[in-house]
Design a protein around this ligand. Structure first.
Ligand SMILES: CC(C)(COP(=O)(O)OP(=O)(O)OC[C@H]1O[C@@H](n2cnc3c(N)ncnc32)[C@H](O)[C@@H]1OP(=O)(O)O)[C@@H](O)C(=O)NCCC(=O)NCCS
Length: 305
């Protein structure tokens, strides 16, 4: 049995979702759109990975055994999704390794990924040069917790759709150049609302609130708004900015979610207000320097980071 690696097509996406469900259930992963409804569903991320990334499938004996997708943004190749069916995770078969070789071929020079908690995954990443750098905590809370946060004295104001200044702030703070396709993805697939964060006359950061509850991914997130990305220029502004965005989001839907780096200064305030950690992932990278400062940037998700 040898895995044959090939580019994915639209016709593969529903099967890929089945592979993801099977592999994540076997590994005890209870997060985001990895589980959820069965039967022909296609999460929004797959469409983005197919149209704006490199999405490859591994077939064994003519059937899909695994798949993965990578986005190249500036100098960073980010592995967004990576799953192999449990019955194909066999010593000597190396389906995952074969996929990784082809997914990263010619991309980089920096390679990175947000790893699941799965030891097999962490081991594969480390052996491919992507070492664990910091934890990413997945948090959620009732909206009342977010609304109960103390007023941080900064304002959240709407930004224009496609505002070039906001794309430039993200390019600088998220550290991967201008990425208008990712902004378009957040807006079109997650009804994400772009925002500026201001203290008096000064702009201190930018953010999106993703209206997951009214997006194509609502079956996985029926009552949820998701914070992110949230970027600030100064780490000293990170807590106030995040609290302001969380308070605004709490007015929109019953549940609020955010994926926050362990080093981010707003983590204690969110936990104090009642946010709960439901999963710990690990950011892994081949670079000695972080692609972005985890004290100044909260990713949109683990797909576009
Ligand atoms: C992560 C994943 C895609 C890797 O694919 P795979 O086909 O299992 O990977 P490979 O078999 O090529 O490589 C796994 C290697 O890790 C080794 N390994 C397994 N458990 C390990 C452990 N606890 N510690 C160290 N190494 C381990 C295996 O022995 C294998 O190495 P070998 O080929 O030299 O024997 C797959 O395991 C998977 O879908 N896991 C569940 C979902 C998941 O966590 N996905 C990642 C999301 S970020």
């Amino acid at each position: 049995m040898t895995a044959v690696i090939r580019p994915a097509t639209t016709a593969d996406l529903a099967v890929a979702y089945d592979v993801q469900r099977e592999a994540s259930a076997a590994a005890g992963m209870e997060i985001g759109n990895v589980n959820g409804p069965a039967g022909g569903q296609v999460p929004a991320k797959f469409r983005h990975e197919l149209s704006d990334g490199r999405f490859l499938v591994a077939d064994v004996d003519g059937a899909m055994a695994g798949f993965g997708a990578v986005f190249q943004r500036a100098h960073v190749a980010f592995l967004a999704t990576f799953y192999v069916r449990p019955d194909a995770q066999l010593a000597g078969l190396g389906v995952g390794q074969r996929l990784l070789d082809r997914l990263f071929d010619g991309l980089g020079p920096v390679r990175s990924v947000v790893s699941s908690h799965v030891h097999r995954a962490l081991a594969v990443y480390a052996r491919n040069g992507m070492l664990p750098r910091w934890p990413l905590y997945m948090l959620n809370a009732d909206a009342a917790c977010a609304q109960g946060l103390d007023d941080p004295g900064v304002l959240v104001v709407p930004a224009g759709l496609g505002d070039p200044d906001l794309i430039a702030w993200d390019a600088e703070i998220a550290g991967r150049g201008a990425r208008p396709a990712d902004h378009h993805y957040w807006r079109s697939e997650y009804a994400a609302e772009p925002l500026w964060i201001e203290r008096g006359a000064d702009r201190i950061g930018y953010a999106y609130i993703q209206h997951l509850y009214e997006s194509p991914d609502a079956p996985w997130n029926p009552e949820t708004v998701m914070l992110g990305p949230i970027g600030v220029r100064a780490a000293s502004d990170a807590t106030a900015a995040t609290i302001a965005v969380a308070r605004a989001a709490g007015a929109l839907a019953p549940r609020v979610a955010v994926d926050i780096p362990g080093a981010h200064p707003a983590l204690p305030a969110l936990l104090d207000s009642g946010f709960r950690i439901h999963y710990q992932a690990t950011y892994c990278s081949s670079a000695d320097d972080d692609v972005f400062d985890p004290r100044r940037y909260i990713p949109a998700d683990t797909i576009t980071l």
